[in-house]
Ligand binder design. Structure first.
Ligand code: AP5
Length: 219
């Protein structure tokens, strides 16, 4: 399978991508994670990307397209891959369709109010990179349950940056829904349930079961 996960910032793409990649043995390709690794290594690309990411802007198409085109040629992508955070513009989508054949694009839909709340709760482990949703009423010190490191908020999760990211999404990424719908590749998933409910609906979609089938049986 060659899959794309679409959806606004904080929709749960990274959370669901990890589950999908594990279940179907796919390479999980997150352009956000790739850029954050460049930032951590202080490469020229990382230094350029840092300012853009912290401002909630997109990194230029030519950089991202080249990065993904190289990445999907790696041996771990032979069994298929899952793109998380790419494409994000029509130019990126058009290039992707030229250098790869995509089987399905899944859009995780979540209302803006829930997104602002999710971003306020998101903390990440600076060491093992796990993502958590914390209870912010319980203080501001949280630790990774896997490696014990103190969790941190992402620099681009400040409320004003989240609002700008949502505007950028609406302007530049939302049109991709029509783009992939027009190619009969799009499926939409309600992302407002629990992590496990959303994952199950995605698995049912791939495995061609109706997620509401069990309810129908009683009728
Ligand atoms: P990126 O890291 O890709 O950010 P994003 O797309 O904005 O998405 P997020 O990582 O913020 O959220 P997510 O949907 O993965 O949600 P998550 O699972 O973490 O990109 C960052 C930046 O890099 C971009 O702004 C841009 O500058 C640059 N960039 C990246 N790709 C680019 C590209 N292709 N072109 C140009 N620039 C690019 O979940 C969020 C929180 O909610 C977590 O705390 C999680 O635990 C919680 N949560 C998840 N699911 C649920 C649920 N069902 N119920 C309750 N809480 C949930």
């Amino acid at each position: 399978m060659k899959l794309i996960l679409l959806g606004p910032p904080g929709a749960g793409k990274g959370t669901q991508a990890a589950k999908i990649a594990e279940r179907y043995s796919l390479a999980h390709i997150s352009t956000g994670d790739m850029l954050r690794a460049e930032i951590a290594s202080e490469t020229p690309l990382g230094i350029r990307a840092k300012a853009l990411i912290e401002a909630g802007e997109l990194v230029p198409d030519d950089i991202i397209i080249g990065m993904v085109e190289n990445r999907i040629q790696q041996p771990d992508c032979e069994n298929g891959f899952l793109l998380d955070g790419f494409p994000r513009t029509i130019a990126q989508a058009e290039s992707l369709m030229e250098f790869s054949d995509i089987d399905r694009a899944v859009c995780i839909e979540v209302p803006d109010e829930s997104i602002v709340d999710r971003m306020a709760r998101r903390r990440v482990c600076p060491d093992c990179k796990r993502t958590y949703s914390v209870d912010i009423d319980e203080g501001d010190e949280f630790y990774c349950s896997e490696c014990g490191a103190r969790l941190v908020a992402r620099d681009d999760d400040k409320p004003e940056t989240v609002r700008h990211r949502l505007e950028v999404y609406a302007e530049q990424t939302f049109p991709l829904i029509e783009f992939f719908d027009g190619k009969a590749l799009l499926s939409r998933i309600d992302g407002s349930g629990t992590v496990e409910e959303v994952a199950q609906n995605i698995f049912d979609l791939f495995e061609e079961k109706d997620p509401y089938w069990e309810d129908d049986v009683d009728c």
